[in-house]
Design a protein around this ligand. Structure first.
Ligand SMILES: Nc1ncnc2c1ncn2[C@@H]1O[C@H](COP(=O)(O)OP(=O)(O)O)[C@@H](O)[C@H]1O
Ligand SMILES: Nc1ccn([C@@H]2O[C@H](COP(=O)(O)OP(=O)(O)O)[C@@H](O)[C@H]2O)c(=O)n1
Length: 195
C-alpha cells in the first residue's frame, strides 16, 4: 500500500513548499493539484471539456502561477463536472509506490480520505498575501483582497469546499521559517510511520 500524504489549506499558506520538501525527504511522488485547476481555467472554452482533455503541454504553461490564473482556477473549480473529470488522474497518481504527496483543497476530505497523514496548512491572511506578493512581484494589499476572495469562493462552494478533514493536523506557518514548517511536517510523518 503506497503511503499517502494529503496537504490542504487556503491560498499561499505554504502547502506546495511543504509538499515538495516531504516528497524529497521520503522519496515520494508529488502532485500540485492546484495546477490541474489552473491549467483547466487557462485553457478557455468549455471548462468541463478542458478538464477532460488536459495534457502535459497544458500543465507546462508558463503563465499558470499568475494571480489571474489562480482566480480563473477558483471559478471553474466550483463546477462539479470539472472536479469529477480530474478525480481519476489524482487517484492514479496517489496509487504510486512507495508513496505520494498531494496538495490542494480537498485531498484529505474527498480525493484521499484514507491518507496516512493529513496536514491542513494555514497562515494569517496578511502573511499569506505578503509572501505571495513577494513571489509574484505584486502589491500586498491587492493580493490580500484577491486571496480573501478566492478563499471565500473555495470555502463556500457546494462541492468539495475548502475545509480541514476531521482527522487533519493543523499547521500554522505564520511565524515559522520554511525550515521550521517542514520540520514539523516531517515530524508528523515520522510519528505516523512509527519511525
Ligand atoms: N514558512 C514560510 N516562511 C516564509 N515563506 C514561506 C513559507 N512557506 C512558504 N513560503 C513562501 O510563500 C509563498 C507561497 O508558498 P507556497 O508553498 O507556494 O503556498 P501554497 O502552495 O499553499 O500556495 C512561496 O513564495 C513560498 O516560498
Ligand atoms: N484540490 C484542489 C486544488 C485547487 N483547487 C482550486 O484551484 C485554485 C488554485 O489552487 P492552487 O493550489 O494552485 O492555489 P495556491 O494555494 O497555490 O494559491 C484554488 O483557489 C481552488 O479554487 C481546488 O479546488 N481543489
Amino acid at each position: 500500500m503506497p503511503f499517502i500524504i494529503a496537504i490542504d489549506g487556503p491560498a499561499a499558506s505554504g502547502k506546495g513548499t511543504i509538499a515538495r520538501a516531504l516528497a524529497d525527504r521520503f522519496g515520494f511522488h508529488h502532485l500540485d493539484t492546484g495546477l490541474l485547476y489552473r491549467a483547466t481555467g487557462a485553457k478557455g472554452g468549455d471548462p468541463v471539456a478542458a478538464a477532460h482533455s488536459l495534457n502535459a503541454e497544458d500543465l507546462a504553461r508558463p503563465d499558470l502561477r499568475s494571480a489571474e490564473a489562480g482566480q480563473a482556477a477558483s471559478r471553474i473549480a466550483a463546477i462539479p463536472d470539472v472536479r469529477e473529470a480530474l478525480v481519476a488522474f489524482q487517484h492514479r497518481f496517489a496509487a504510486q509506490d512507495p508513496g505520494a504527496v498531494l496538495d490542494g483543497r480537498d485531498i484529505g476530505t474527498v480525493i484521499c480520505p484514507d491518507a496516512a497523514v493529513k496536514l491542513y496548512v494555514v497562515a494569517s491572511d496578511e502573511v499569506r498575501a505578503a509572501r505571495r506578493a513577494a513571489e509574484l512581484g505584486a502589491d500586498p494589499q491587492e493580493m490580500l483582497a484577491q486571496l480573501r476572495e478566492r478563499d471565500l469562493r473555495d470555502s463556500q462552494r457546494a462541492t468539495a469546499p475548502l475545509r480541514p478533514a476531521e482527522d487533519a493536523v493543523v499547521l500554522d506557518t505564520s511565524t515559522l521559517s520554511i525550515d521550521d514548517a517542514v520540520a514539523r511536517a516531517v515530524a508528523e510523518v515520522l510519528r505516523v510511520r512509527g519511525d
